[in-house]
Design a protein around this ligand. Structure first.
Ligand SMILES: *Cc1c(COP(=O)(O)O)cnc(C)c1O
Length: 392
């Protein structure tokens, strides 16, 4: 496959933030803007039916990627943020009479944390369970947090900062045993690891994390046995009444195509990314001391995501030293101060090491040449900064 989609003057190693839209996705999408523009809900004429048919093909492809039993289990949304909000708020508000406790982990994506915070303000009892130093939820702690007032457990499949994979099958088993709904944010997992929707009640995915368009995602909501939700949006009653609004045909088609490609290429891609990661780490570890891998050093981690701390230097300073390489630092600018990420804090990474961290993500269009260049550049910049640093 051609890996020349990117701008040639930069090296993009931030695939957890977003991915480029695959050209094959774009080619599939284009006709649905100007030619096949019918309203997919106007099924009484040919234009509407053509659009609807394309959407239903896409829905099947989404269902197939995540292992859903039926395409009817898939609700299109504007992205994983909306899907996560619909899952958490929708369940909490529909089943309010049955309980008030929601359990999430400390390392969830901001949108899950903030959606649960909104529920907390409305009187729900939100429990945030800690993770191990490797970033994995402790099943015993989870089980202890469950009460007969618990409605929902929401634990992400793969973390977006450290790439760790949660034990979804085991969590599923615990939730089933306690009769609690289980939602998983699979935005970083879809297309990277095999997903089994039957293990969960609700699952969120995002188009732009899997080489599809931005502004589209989906929520898997198991239809049989039926799960009820209070919608976030009211209107024409599209998407089983759970998500009103005219479906964006091109975006839905794009998500479907992205899922189809991901399903076909997942295994070979994972193997290739594992090799790139191994190469990258070997360059760093053989040329630098005091580099630490955050997250799981063993295998419970997706191959395309690395989170590393470089003792004695700030992540932000490293990024400034190599502006041609797009990566992400482990600190987020909130107001005037640089805060270490909540994920690294949950792993008990020491504050100065959290400020020294970088997230490096490889993906479909990353070449060995780029990985080589980036690893050597990183070694050079870290060495230079350490020489100037009074802390080193
Ligand atoms: C990107 C991401 C989201 C948000 O997805 P959008 O489609 O951008 O709203 C949610 N959760 C995780 C884990 C993500 O990586």
């Amino acid at each position: 496959m051609e890996r020349t989609q990117r701008r040639s003057e930069v090296i993009y190693l931030d695939y957890q933030a977003t991915t480029p839209c695959d050209r094959r996705v774009l080619d599939e999408v284009i006709p649905y803007f100007c030619e096949e523009f019918g309203n997919p809900h106007s099924v009484n004429h040919i234009m509407g039916r053509t659009a609807k048919a394309a959407i239903e093909t896409a829905r099947s492809n989404v269902a197939e990627l995540i292992g859903a039993e039926s395409p009817e289990d898939i609700i299109f949304t504007s992205g994983a943020t909306e899907a996560n909000n619909l899952a958490l708020q929708g369940i909490a508000r529909f089943y309010r009479e049955k309980g008030d406790r929601i359990i999430i982990s400390e390392i969830e994506h901001k949108c899950v944390i903030e959606a649960s915070r909104a529920l907390e303000r409305d009187g729900f009892d939100v429990i945030r369970i800690p993770v191990s130093r490797k970033g994995i939820v402790d099943l015993q702690v989870l089980e202890e947090a469950l009460s007969d007032r618990t409605l929902l457990v929401s634990i992400m499949s793969v973390n977006n900062e450290i790439g760790t994979i949660q034990p979804i099958a085991e969590i599923s088993e615990i939730c089933k045993r306690h009769g609690v709904f289980f939602h998983t944010d699979a935005a970083q997992a879809a297309g990277k690891i095999e997903l089994n929707a039957f293990q969960v009640d609700l699952m969120s995915i995002s188009g732009h994390k899997i080489y599809g368009p931005k502004g589209i995602g989906a929520l898997y909501v198991r239809k049989k046995p039926r799960i009820r939700l209070i919608p976030l949006l009211y209107g024409g009653g599209q998407e089983r009444g759970l998500r009103s609004g005219t479906l964006p045909t091109p975006l839905c088609v794009g998500l479907g195509k992205a899922c189809e490609i991901a399903r076909q290429e997942m295994q070979s891609e994972a193997a290739r990314l594992a090799q790139l990661k191994e190469y990258f780490l070997s360059v760093l570890f053989s040329n630098l001391e005091k580099v630490y891998l955050n997250g799981d050093v063993d295998s419970r981690c997706i191959p395309g995501c690395l989170n590393l701390s470089f003792a004695g230097v700030e992540g932000e300073a490293i990024m400034l030293g190599m502006p041609e390489i797009c990566i992400s630092s482990g600190s987020a600018c909130t107001s005037e101060t640089l805060q270490p990420s909540h994920v690294l804090r949950a792993l008990s990474v020491r504050e100065e090491l959290a400020h020294s961290s970088l997230r490096i993500g490889f993906g479909r269009f990353t070449t060995l040449e780029e990985v080589k260049f980036a690893s050597e550049k990183l070694v050079e910049v870290v060495n230079k900064l350490r020489q100037m640093s009074p802390l080193w």
